[in-house]
Design a protein around this ligand. Structure first.
Ligand code: TNX
Length: 707
């Protein structure tokens, strides 16, 4: 009896589910980047399926393309939707660009039971509405039908320049991969692709007037292995894009409302070109396409007429290929050693009447001369330039936009000079930096540490900026340098989901930003990545280090110890900059103990960086012969060899037995440096009151923080 009853209950349940109207899955507007305003209505929503018609205004080619793309986006989840012309909404999804809004990229989505209207202030605005709609639909939708909740979404971006950078010089990615990258950034409402196509390790764009740029400059004879610059795998490596391919990319990106901004990095990062045309260098070469990473002393010779001809020719061809209003001409990391000893460069400096002053050296002015020359070439073609912040060192070419990468200070400086700036500081925007401190389970990456929450926290317009300065901050961009990224799949791993985090910095009103709510919306977007086959990291799920560490400039940076810790109290030096501070237990294995000798440590910030504070996390426990440091001294250097002292503090020693954890912090005059040396003094003879009087004490340290 019992048995029979059980069977009939199952039968009834089955009957009930198959007869009742099935609940359709619903879309949700909790998407990334989060729209400015979502006003839901309590009425029933729109039922979207493969019967839905997508319409666009008759004769509007751009919106027709938008419509075709929307159908493509919806296809995996819903099947094939029809696209057709219509003068007005006809009960399906209607696209239009009639919205009156001050922001040209604004859009609204109006959803009712009878239909959906996506209205943009422009076709680009309309496209962001399309992106929002496609992201609102569950990526793993089964059954091909979904309810769009009724309501109105009103949205517009915060910044007009929302970039994404891709370095195809260090590693080359085929055109199809670059297009996949374009699809991805479009999904995050990015509207500029900063395409880094030339560098020391390869010249990757065909230039008809200089065929050797790609015949010779696009190939290197090998690549260094890992982080050891002096090694080479001896495997020839190369690749370049033909002008037709570049044009194809430009067209593809434009359909997705993205402008491709090419970067020809000059006068430094030019070994690709110098290997092909050695007469353009100060020494005449020979040069080779670099197999290693870093900054080369060999740059374009600024005293050589053929250099200027080359720049003009190349930029003119670049302007022929790329229709973008802005062309990036680099300007970063151009050491002046060759120019200092090059008779032709010095003659040029003389001819131009440059002398060094308190603002800039004569060689820095020469760089501004060459950048201004390039800028003039492009101005004649109706174009403007973007350059890395070092371009400012010798004065700024007129109308130049500055890309601030060492920090946000460069952008602020540009704004103060009345120039526009794009914020791409390495502390928040360098996606070649690792996403976790757990390097063992990660693909290799560049040294820095940039977790998701840190990216999200970026504030490109600090409160200290005046409204006039703030107005010059035109946008934000993450950079993907590819020294340590040989494959496209790994490139996506580095990019995702950090691109999602930066997209809210680029798009959202800062008042609406909230990391926890972002993190709650992220899994849905990650399902879209999966459905589209994009590799991504999963650190968001491993709750990696988000609550116990306080990352700063030095977190994840390499440290060299110049003095030896006691063998019992030492650890891998990575412990000193892993962002963790240890508990009041001196033998956890994470503490470094120095006995009777000072601690001397050098932190490599990897790039010249503005700093104003050094903190050392210490432990003292005088009963265990561990005393606080007697002094804290900070020295800085650009080359890691010649240091100059910028701060020093002395500390009062305890007079009884005591113990504590203590941050020893020293405020510095704001200084730009790459290497920071920290010296902690140690008690060499313990005082009269102590049991071990006369013997050396210990100092204990587990973290160095540079800010
Ligand atoms: C600095 S950012 C560079 C690049 C490197 C990058 C690695 C900039 C303007 N120059 O050449 O690829 O660091 O993180």
């Amino acid at each position: 009896m019992k048995h029979l009853f059980a069977i009939s209950a199952v039968a009834i349940a089955t009957l009930a589910t198959s007869c009742a109207p099935r609940q359709l899955p619903a879309a949700s507007y909790d998407i990334i980047p989060q729209p400015q305003n979502v006003a839901l209505k309590s009425e029933s929503g729109f039922r979207l399926s493969d019967h839905t018609l997508i319409t666009y205004p008759a004769g509007n080619d751009t919106l027709r393309r938008n419509a075709v793309m929307l159908a493509e986006f919806l296809k995996p989840a819903l099947g094939t939707l029809r696209v057709s012309e219509a003068t007005a909404a006809r009960g399906g999804i209607h696209l239009q660009s009639n919205l009156k809004a001050s922001n040209p990229e604004a859009y609204t989505i109006n959803v009712s039971r009878d239909g959906v209207v996506i209205d943009g202030a422009t076709a680009a605005g309309n496209f962001y509405g399309i992106q929002s709609l496609r992201k609102s639909i569950p990526a793993d939708l089964k059954g091909g039908k979904v309810i769009l909740p009724a309501g109105v979404i009103t949205d517009a971006p915060r910044f007009a320049y929302r970039g994404a950078h891709l370095d195809v010089a260090r590693h080359y990615f085929p055109l199809d991969s670059v297009k996949r990258f374009v699809d991805l950034i479009a999904m995050h409402n990015v509207n500029r692709l900063h395409w880094h196509i030339t560098d020391d390790q390869g010249w990757r764009i065909e230039i008809s007037k200089y065929p050797r740029l790609t015949e010779v400059g696009a190939k290197r004879s090998g690549t260094c292995i890992g982080h050891d610059m002096d090694t080479s795998d001896s495997i020839p490596y190369g690749g370049y894009y033909t002008q037709d391919e570049a044009r194809e990319l430009i067209r593809y990106a434009a359909e997705r409302h993205i402008t491709v901004i090419p970067e020809v990095d000059l006068p430094g990062h030019m070994l690709g070109a110098l290997a092909a045309y050695p007469h353009m260098g100060c020494t005449g070469g020979p040069y080779e396409v670099w197999r290693r990473w870093g900054v080369s002393d060999d740059i374009l010779c600024a005293g050589n007429d053929s250099t200027y001809t080359f720049i003009a020719d190349v930029l003119n061809e670049i302007a022929d290929i790329f229709p973008s209003e802005y062309i990036h001409i680099g300007g970063d990391e151009a050491p002046k050693v060759r120019w200092q000893s090059c008779p032709k460069c010095q003659a040029k400096i003389q001819e131009l009447g440059y002398t060094s002053d308190s603002h800039s050296t004569k060689e820095q002015k020469l760089q501004t001369h060459i950048m201004s020359f390039a800028s003039d070439v492009l101005a004649k073609r109706g174009r403007k330039i973007i350059g890395w912040e070092e371009m400012m060192e010798g004065g700024l070419p007129e109308g130049a936009t500055v890309m601030s990468w060492l920090g946000v200070e460069g952008g602020l400086k540009a704004a103060k000079m009345g120039h526009d700036a794009i914020m791409t500081p390495m502390q928040y925007c360098y996606f070649d930096y690792c996403q976790t401190l757990d390097r063992k389970h990660e693909p290799d990456c560049a040294g820095g540490f940039l977790p998701l929450h840190r990216v999200y926290s970026f504030n490109p317009v600090p409160e200290s900026f005046s409204p006039e300065e703030a107005a010059h901050i035109v946008g934000v961009q993450p950079n993907l340098w590819t020294e340590y990224i040989p494959t496209f799949s790994q490139a996506m791993y580095m990019e995702l989901p950090r691109l999602a985090a930066i997209s809210e910095v680029q798009w959202c009103d800062p008042k609406q930003k909230d990391f926890d709510r972002f993190a709650a919306r992220l899994p849905k977007l990650i399902k879209h990545y999966d459905a589209l086959g994009y590799n991504h990291s999963n650190h968001i799920y491993s709750k990696t280090y988000t609550d116990s560490i306080a990352p700063c400039l030095s977190t994840g940076c390499e440290v060299t110890l110049l003095t030896q810790p006691d063998i019992r109290y030492s650890a891998p030096t990575t412990e000193l900059t892993n962002g963790y501070t240890g508990p009041m237990v001196f033998n956890t294995g994470a503490w470094f103990g120095f006995n009777g000798t000072p601690m001397e440590a050098v932190v490599d910030l990897k790039h010249k960086t503005e700093i104003n504070q050094v903190s050392v996390h210490t432990l003292y426990d005088t009963g265990n012969w561990i005393f606080p440091p007697t002094t804290l001294t900070v020295l800085v250097s650009d080359d890691g060899i010649n240091f100059r002292q910028i701060a020093s503090e002395e500390y009062v020693m305890p007079t009884t037995y005591c113990s504590a954890l203590e941050d020893k912090t020293v405020t510095l005059p704001t200084t730009s440096a790459r290497f920071v040396k920290v010296i902690l003094g140690c008690v060499t003879a313990m005082p009269e009151w102590h049991g071990g009087k006369g013997l050396p004490a210990y100092i204990f340290v587990d973290e160095i923080s540079v800010r």
